[in-house]
Design a protein around this ligand. Sequence first.
Ligand code: ASP
Length: 320
Amino acid sequence: MMKRLSMLAAFFAFASGAALAAYPERPVTLIVPFAAGGPTDVVARIVGDHMSRTLGQQIVVENVTGAGGTTGTTRAAQAAPDGYTIMMGHMGTHGAAPAVYPNLKYDPLKDFAPIGLAAGTPILIVARKDLPPKDLKEFVAYAKQNSDKLNEAHAGVGSVSFTTCSLLNSILGIKPTRVPYQGTGPALNDLVGGQVDYMCDQIVNLTPQIQAASIKAYGIGTEKRSPALPDVPTTKEGGLPEFQVSAWNALFAPKGTPKEIVIQLNAALVKALDDQATRKRLLDLGAEIADKSGRTPEALEKLVSSEIARWNKVLKVAAK
Ligand code: ASP
């Protein structure tokens, strides 16, 4: 009997080991909870591209939009935890959303296995190129005088653009018309087209448009200027030091995904972030790349819990 049992145990150990060793044996779906062309999508495609080569299988991006990114995030939380569905989350889906959706169908900490941080993304205040104010000081005065005429674009309640502009609007004491999009890719198109007035967003898809002068940038909410946009002043330099804010994108798997698979995905992510060409693509767009200690699943778990606490406070004040 004992012998039989130990043979069985050996068989199962071999079988599960073989299954894991074979991972991934088919394409991996990477859910992006926003529209194509936005920062989350851009970071997912750059990082996913290199990870596909490491894993020897295609990483297929699927844009599942709606409800400020929470629709796609719910889908990822409920997916089979087998390593074949992962997602690119961000400061909104995994930090701010619980504060603005009392009936959120997922818990960013309990329902996900963090894989690792993909990019830090400074936040900028940007406007259509023909909005009258020339700089941040003028924008502040203009926004206060024209609050009811201004249209602000965002990627849905709870998104990064929504939460960071909630902070900006509350600092300025303004109540503009807030126009939701399925992501800041389409929102940016309308900003370039002049259909909306201003937006707060993650640097990565703004950089090319700022460089081409198709939109204007009033300030970046970081301590220092970005090497990708050295002409854009910090909000501190521009006279609005209260607007200090940045965001991030990170990979998550559904909770219950085998540890070995999470380790394998993390290793592929780390390798992508060490690859010269991939680094350059991210850095040129203004993304920040964490050092090794900032890329572990544990570091991401800590970041998520501190962000939930931070945004809970900020958004309560902003909602007043
Ligand atoms: N940056 C967006 C946000 O505001 C989402 C996107 O990546 O399109 O949350």
